[in-house]
Design a protein around this ligand. Structure first.
Ligand code: PMP
Length: 401
């Protein structure tokens, strides 16, 4: 059996990896569990012979674990996809198009991931009316406005369980009640929240829900969409008819099996792990906010237990990230998926920050490799980084005058 190359959580020991919202290491237990499906049990689940059947059974077992993880009615509610992006596209386009006869209005919060916002905009080009729902300065959606913009033509409303960039948790049960009074379906992107806070699709009144394997310490290359029994949705990917015809294409068996096992482990360990991370997160926030002109972004209490996000005046997030990397501390600035564009994050603009304020952000997402011992090093490195960058910043020199 190969030795695990890194620390017990798959992260190199000297490194302080605090960018778990962008990518997580695969849990060693998950890798060991799913490994046979890359080799000896490599069958195609659609093949009728015994090797195919072995793969099919493993995929179905994983479906059961995911259904249990989110308290779904049964395993047939889970559609495996190749990523969370694909699940979000399927939710938005598949639901809007299948229910077009009932109305052509769709809503998403202004802080959704681009894999929700961009398909909504594409639907808009195809004749749907798309409304972006505003949030307050802590990132909580405006419930009064939601009530006002919903009509009986609103076939889909998409609000995330929690935001990946600012950590704010949305009041999903309340949102569900409001949506179902006038509109049709509620889709919830739970990528950032799953594995950190409990999710119960039935209690929460959710019609469609997106999950990502890698955000649960599972392998990349798998996502899932929960579709409540009775919810009407159509495929956006046509082919051999896998996944009840909703997502054609040969299943990524290794990643799907890994995702199921990752969800099982997350369900078992979430309570204990979140309680372990909470005081570490709070201490980090306390220490980092001692820096002059530093601010927490997102909600001060209704936030994910592993999430701390900040902004610092007069400096740029990209420089913060690269400076922190010199200490072998990996952090993020805004969304990993769009931070390459150097555009200010749409999430930070939506909570009311000015362009120059939105540029100076740092996002920390703790994980299984994080310990209380990291707090001193991380807060010291952050302080030194901010001071160094401010010395170089023309904006900061103006401010000091
Ligand atoms: N939704 C949220 C909230 C995310 O943070 C991400 C990125 N991890 C996605 C969707 C898309 O995930 P992926 O890029 O793995 O498809």
């Amino acid at each position: 059996m190969p030795e695990q190359p890194c620390g017990s959580n798959g992260v190199q020991m000297s490194r302080i990896y605090l960018d778990n919202a962008s990518s997580m290491p695969v849990d060693f237990r998950v890798f060991e569990f799913a490994k046979p499906y890359l080799m000896a049990s490599h069958g195609n689940p659609s093949s009728l012979h015994s090797v195919g059947l072995e793969a099919k059974q493993a995929v179905e077992e994983s479906r059961r674990k995911i259904a249990e993880f989110i308290h779904a009615e049964n395993e047939n509610t889970i559609i495996f996809t190749g990523s969370a992006t694909e699940a979000n596209n399927l939710a938005v386009k598949g639901t809007a198009l299948r229910n077009i006869i009932q109305g052509k209005a769709i809503i998403a919060s202004a802080i959704e991931h681009m894999s929700v916002i961009n398909p909504m905009k594409e639907m808009q080009k195809n004749g749907f009316s798309f409304t972006s729902l505003s949030v307050d300065s802590t990132g909580v959606v405006d419930l009064k406005k939601l009530e006002n913009i919903l009509t009986k033509n609103t076939v889909l409303t998409s609000i995330m369980y929690a935001n990946n960039e600012i950590g704010t948790i949305e009041p999903i049960s309340e949102i569900s009640k409001i949506v179902h009074e006038k509109g049709k379906y509620l889709h919830v992107d739970a990528v950032a929240a799953a594995g950190r806070i409990p999710i119960d699709v039935q209690k929460d009144g959710i019609d469609l829900l997106t999950l990502s394997s890698n955000d649960l310490y599972g392998p990349q290359g798998a996502g899932a969409l929960y579709v409540k029994p009775g919810v009407k949705i159509q495929s956006v990917l046509l082919g051999g008819g896998q996944e009840r015809g909703l997502r054609s294409g040969t299943e990524n068996v290794f990643s799907i099996v890994g995702m199921g096992e990752a969800a099982r482990i997350a369900q078992q360990e979430m309570k204990q792990e979140s309680s372990r991370l909470l005081p570490i997160r709070d201490k980090l926030i306390k220490e980092i906010l001692k820096i002059d002109q530093s601010y927490l972004t997102g909600h001060p209490s209704q936030r994910l237990p592993h999430h701390a996000s900040f902004r610092f005046s007069y400096i740029e997030g990209e420089s913060i990230l690269l400076n922190m990397d010199m200490y072998d501390i990996q952090v993020s600035t805004g969304s990993a998926c769009s931070s390459k564009t150097l555009e200010p994050s749409h999430v930070l603009l939506a909570i009311g920050l000015k362009h120059e304020e939105a540029h100076g952000s740092m996002v920390i997402t703790l994980g299984r490799s994080t310990s209380m011992n990291d707090v001193e090093l991380v807060s010291k490195a952050t302080n030194e980084t901010v001071q160094r960058l401010r010395k170089l910043s023309p904006m900061s020199q103006e401010w000091r005058k």
